[in-house]
Write a protein that binds this ligand. Structure first.
Ligand SMILES: C[S@@+](CC[C@H](N)C(=O)[O-])C[C@H]1O[C@@H](n2cnc3c(N)ncnc32)[C@H](O)[C@@H]1O
Length: 219
């Protein structure tokens, strides 16, 4: 009886969203149902600011909200996020001498596993528990090793002159300074993501061409 009660309690705990997530869900339920997620989160960020939360409190709330969202996506029977390695990364890595690679927001591991298969020593981190689980399962199936770490890009220690390659596909931008420090001389960063052209109407978030000219991170 006691064991049953304990199991019921644990199941209940497991299903309860954290306060940050519950608050967001409640707030979101009052927003237009078809509102774009990126606009909704931008408004919610503003809402939390107005409510007097500090930047750190807002960051922490969003970390929980995002981790929950991605856990749900990766737990779905047919996860909707692409599982094929990123084409731009494949193009850039092709012919490059493998070394140490860091995958920011490893997701389901599509890029880490591709790199590991081609000889790279890969570490990937993510805030989503489920992301790391799926990555490890896929790495095992592929017969390769990928080191995974549960951490956010704000928390993760990129080290100094440690990585030959840093990958950030469809990640935020809260890691640039650390990546510059973490790159070995001659190392490269591969970035692919959404670009919102100035004047883009709210709700439009298709992949825009990146700004003309080479993008370069300056140390
Ligand atoms: C759009 S998916 C991209 C996944 C992977 N980079 C790829 O291209 O397949 C975004 C990933 O970033 C993770 N993420 C979101 N916020 C993060 C943060 N602050 N730090 C680290 N990972 C984060 C999510 O959990 C999710 O797995």
């Amino acid at each position: 009886m006691l064991a049953k009660l304990l199991i019921a309690f644990l199941l209940l705990q497991a299903k309860q969203p954290s306060k940050a997530v519950a608050d967001f869900q409640e707030w979101r339920s009052h927003q237009p149902a078809n509102a774009d997620y990126f606009d909704v989160t931008a408004h919610y960020r503003e809402h939390l600011k107005q409510a007097g939360l500090t930047d750190e409190q807002i960051r922490s709330a969003f970390q929980e909200i995002e981790a929950t969202r991605w856990d749900r996506i990766y737990s779905a029977p047919n996860p909707t996020f692409n599982t094929v390695p990123n084409a731009f990364l494949m193009e850039i890595a092709n012919g490059r001498k493998p070394g140490r690679a860091l995958d920011i927001g490893v997701g389901q591991g599509r890029n880490s596993i591709f790199l590991a298969k081609t000889g790279w020593d890969v570490t990937g981190f993510d805030i989503s528990e489920q992301a790391l689980k799926v990555t490890q399962q896929s790495a095992q199936t592929a017969g390769v090793k990928v080191t995974t770490v549960k951490a956010s890009m704000q928390e993760y220690d990129f080290g100094t002159a440690k990585w030959d390659l840093i990958v950030a596909t469809y990640e935020g931008a809260d890691w640039h300074e650390k990546a510059i420090r973490g790159l070995k001389p001659g190392g490269i960063v591969v970035i692919e993501g959404f670009y919102r052209a100035p004047g883009t109407p709210p709700g439009a978030r298709k992949c825009f061409p990146r700004p003309p000219g080479p993008a370069r991170l300056r140390a």
